[in-house]
Design a protein around this ligand. Structure first.
Ligand SMILES: [Zn+2]
Length: 340
């Protein structure tokens, strides 16, 4: 009887680094397996001799992508409005290995590598989630460095955190990401990391002062602070979700940072923005001169720019005297602009 190769078989072989040369030449390749091979740039047929070389090349790449892949060239957004039948394992598996979802997996690996290279994650820390359907989310696995993930390491979960597909175990922090996604439909991707400068502010429980750098006001908006809860617990999901619903950047007390955006690239930009902002504020505060605030009127202009870019901002209803309040930041006094 001819052997049947499904997408799950291809997925398993890629994960295990198995050679495709072991597949019998007369094997039946299912359409979804063929799609998966194409999405990974594996030649469809005849592919056996060549495929082993391609598979080896992919295994040699930290993120499992062929060297010429443009997987991360453009931010990817799945059609999150479609709903998958969660009682149909075949439908879930087919969706999990579809070209659109494979593209998101590759992009998550790319973002993970960039976070690792920037020292935003240490050990097996950090995690990434991307909403790929109305009722399904891709997430990174537990106990793996974000710098060396492969697409076949990704997990598929429902909105309660139940694992629906994937050979690795999902990150326990998925509940924290879902705490935001379930409250805020615009949050289609979340990233959690431990970037040193922003995490230092989270450990000190200090929100960096506003009205210092215009780009931070436009792209970060108002920075949130979530109270400490044990990582991976429903309580942490609730604490972070309640703050994250109105803040795209949340400092997690005694822990790290979580950001969300329209896609995983957008969420990663905010992670870069918050750590650069915290680092700049920290260095500026050591220079012995009061930090200069550009003032509430200028901040309102920046909030208007933010709104034109489609990002809501709850600060509009805030009194002027509170808009540029340095809060608990006491490393150096913040000077106010001269009265005109
Ligand atoms: Zn963490």
């Amino acid at each position: 009887m001819r052997k049947v190769i499904t997408a799950a078989d291809v997925e398993r072989m890629l994960c295990a680094g198995e050679s495709f040369a072991t597949i019998p030449a007369d094997a039946i390749i299912t359409p979804s397996a063929r799609d998966l091979m194409r999405s990974r740039k594996l030649p469809a047929r005849p592919f056996f001799a060549k495929a082993s070389a391609v598979a080896k090349a992919m295994a040699d790449k930290p993120d499992g992508r062929p060297a010429n892949s443009a997987a991360s060239a453009a931010p990817h957004s799945c059609d999150c409005s479609q709903s998958i039948d969660l009682k149909n394992p075949a439908a879930i598996q087919k969706f999990f290995t579809s070209p659109a979802v494979e593209a998101v997996k590759a992009q998550m690996c790319d973002i993970g590598r960039r976070m690792w290279e920037k020292d935003y994650v240490d050990g097996n820390g950090g995690n990434i989630t991307v909403r790929v359907a109305e009722n399904l989310v891709l997430c990174t696995p537990t106990l793996i460095s974000k710098g060396f993930m492969k697409p076949c390491d990704m997990c598929l979960i429902d909105l309660d955190g139940n694992q629906m597909a994937g050979t690795k175990k999902r990150t326990s922090e998925a509940l924290t990401h879902l705490g935001i996604m379930k409250r805020q439909p615009k949050a289609r991707a979340c990233i959690h990391a431990h970037p040193v400068h922003a995490t230092a502010f989270a450990v000190a429980s200090v929100i960096p002062p506003s009205c210092l750098i215009p780009e931070a006001e436009v792209f970060l908006g108002e920075i949130g602070m979530a109270e400490y809860q044990t990582p991976g617990t429903p309580a942490n999901g609730k604490a972070v979700g309640e703050v994250g619903v109105n803040h795209q950047v949340v400092l997690m007390q005694n822990h790290g940072v979580i950001t969300w955006g329209d896609n995983v690239e957008d969420a990663h930009w905010k992670m870069e923005n918050i750590d650069a902002y915290c680092r700049t504020v920290w260095i500026a505060s050591q220079l012995g001169s009061p930090l200069h605030s550009f003032g509430a009127d200028k901040l309102k202009e920046l909030i208007a720019i933010r709104q034109k870019l489609g990002m809501s901002d709850q600060r509009l209803g805030t009194k002027d005297c509170k808009l540029c309040d340095p809060g608990d930041f006491r490393a150096a006094p913040v000077s106010q602009p001269p009265k005109t």
